[in-house]
Design a protein around this ligand. Structure first.
Ligand code: SF4
Length: 476
């Protein structure tokens, strides 16, 4: 039988096809991106969370207006550390370059009465009030949620009306929680709807496009990097050093008006290939701008990303520069990585993240001398699992969208020394005496690029060797 039967799933056999042990020919992957089986306490987020929390959320200078009861509206604070360099601390309207994305929670706070009589007027007033309080905001994004989608509020019309009044762009994203099986659908919807809206906006406002004289032959967009704990600080300079100009990042630390220039680059470099390949593909179809897929974690993968970029441009000087940068960067981190590798060698690792980092990281663990024993994703698709199984050893346990019982059984059977996991599961895992590392927003990043690898190795080392685990194990 291709699938792996977990004890905890005897009473919910529909879960069996979501669990596999990687075999020698690596031909079997778990079923994925399927509706949650009733009775399975999934840990997935909703599609709105994917649109607001992942793809739209990192845009620094806009009003993120959540058209919802306050429950969904509260989904703003304390979520991902997709950091930005806007000011977070001054009163609104005092400084230019204000950050709005993590600081304020904007919501229409719909009540029962609004649900009965409609919330469009409330949305319009909330947007006007938000723009008045924050005159520095460049634009607004309206996020539709389950309740406002069910009553059929026309958020696009409100966006047009408010945009006309304030003279700034307002983009309406209809990605209610129920529109897909997980947050992954929200990534898709944001990409698709933003691209469609951007085309129209550029047509009506050609002045927002990059002027010919401002373009260079080496303009690229970094697509699908959300600047988790300042990953961009270790990534962008690498590309700049080899001679390309990073015009835009979709959407880490980005500014709304700059994103309108996405189709003005020569090449899109796609990092998160689950949440953002959609827009790269749409730009390829619409503007004939190609994209390449890269992984920017660890030495080998980051080096390959630089080589692939230089190769795409076909510029001999750039290829040479890429080799020099790889050499310099590898040399700079070598002593630290060797020190950590000696102490981490042989440790067993379980990885549970959204999706792509689960296949970005096995190579990184290998570079640090560790062994991946289990891989899990919250919203991975077929392509994610195909990549995962290719990058891990036969015998590795793979679980699609695991629930708490499956995680417990995984700990018992795979016996990981460390669990790279998100915020929700870490307390459960620690109760088993297994150290965790926050792979969702990191402990003290950045973790990407060459220099980020040292931080990643340090945090793994600190998690593994913290004396508390010795005491915890004795206790339990
Ligand atoms: S599932 Fe619907 S109601 Fe729940 S948080 Fe998501 S958008 Fe809001």
């Amino acid at each position: 039988m291709p699938y792996y039967q977990m004890r905890c799933n005897l009473c919910i056999p529909e879960r069996n096809k979501h669990t596999v042990i990687v075999d020698e020919d690596k031909s079997i992957i778990p079923e994925s991106n399927a509706p949650t089986v009733p009775g399975d306490m999934t840990e997935r987020g909703c599609a709105f969370a994917g649109a607001r929390g992942v793809v739209g959320g990192p845009i620094v200078d806009v009003i993120h207006m959540i058209h919802a009861p306050v429950g969904c509206g509260y989904y703003t604070w304390g979520t991902r550390r997709h950091l930005g360099d806007g000011y977070n601390w001054a009163m609104p309207g005092v400084l230019e370059n204000e950050a709005n994305h993590r600081r304020h929670c904007y919501t229409t706070a719909m009540t029962e009465q609004d649900i009965v009589f409609g919330g469009m007027e409330k949305l319009k007033n909330a947007l006007l009030e938000a723009f008045k309080i924050n005159p520095g905001a460049s634009a607004a994004i309206i996020y539709m949620t389950c309740s406002t989608a069910l009553i059929g509020d026309d958020i696009e019309n409100v966006a047009k009306e408010v945009s006309k009044i304030v003279g700034k762009p307002v983009f309406a994203c209809a990605s209610p929680g129920f529109c897909g099986v997980s947050q992954s659908k929200g990534h898709h919807e944001f990409n698709f709807q933003f691209y469609k809206w951007l085309l129209k906006y550029r047509e009506e406002h050609p002045e927002v496009c990059l002027k010919e004289e401002e373009k260079t032959p080496y303009d690229v967009n970094l697509i699908g990097d959300y600047n988790i704990d300042w990953d961009l600080v270790t990534i962008v300079p690498l590309f700049e050093k080899i001679g390309v100009r990073v015009l835009n990042v979709f959407t880490g630390n980005s500014r709304f008006m700059n994103l309108l220039k996405l189709p003005d680059a020569k090449l899109n470099i796609v990092h998160c290939q689950r949440s953002a390949t959609y827009i790269a593909e749409l730009i390829r179809q619409g503007f004939d701008i190609p994209f390449i897929r890269v992984s920017l974690f660890g030495i080998e993968q980051t080096a390959k990303a630089l080589r692939d970029t230089a190769e795409w441009f076909g510029d001999e000087k750039m290829k040479k520069r890429a080799e020099e940068v790889i050499e310099e960067e590898t040399e700079a981190i070598r002593p630290a990585i060797e020190w950590y590798r000696e102490r981490l060698a042989g440790k067993r690792i379980a990885i549970y993240v959204g999706a792509p980092r689960v296949w970005h990281w096995p190579k990184v663990m290998e570079e640090l001398g560790m062994e991946v024993v289990a891989c899990m994703t919250t919203f991975g698709h077929k392509e994610d699992y195909e990549k995962i199984v290719q990058r891990v050893k036969p015998g590795t346990l793979i679980i699609d969208n695991p629930n708490e019982f499956e995680i417990e059984e995984m700990i018992e059977t795979c016996k990981p020394d460390l669990f790279l996991t998100g915020l929700k599961e870490k307390y459960l895992v620690r109760k088993f005496g297994v150290p965790t590392l926050n792979s969702h927003s990191y402990e003290a990043g950045p973790y990407a690029g060459f220099r980020g690898l040292v931080n990643f190795a340090r945090d793994i080392y600190q998690a593994l060797y913290a004396p508390v685990w010795r005491l915890a194990k004795e206790e339990f």
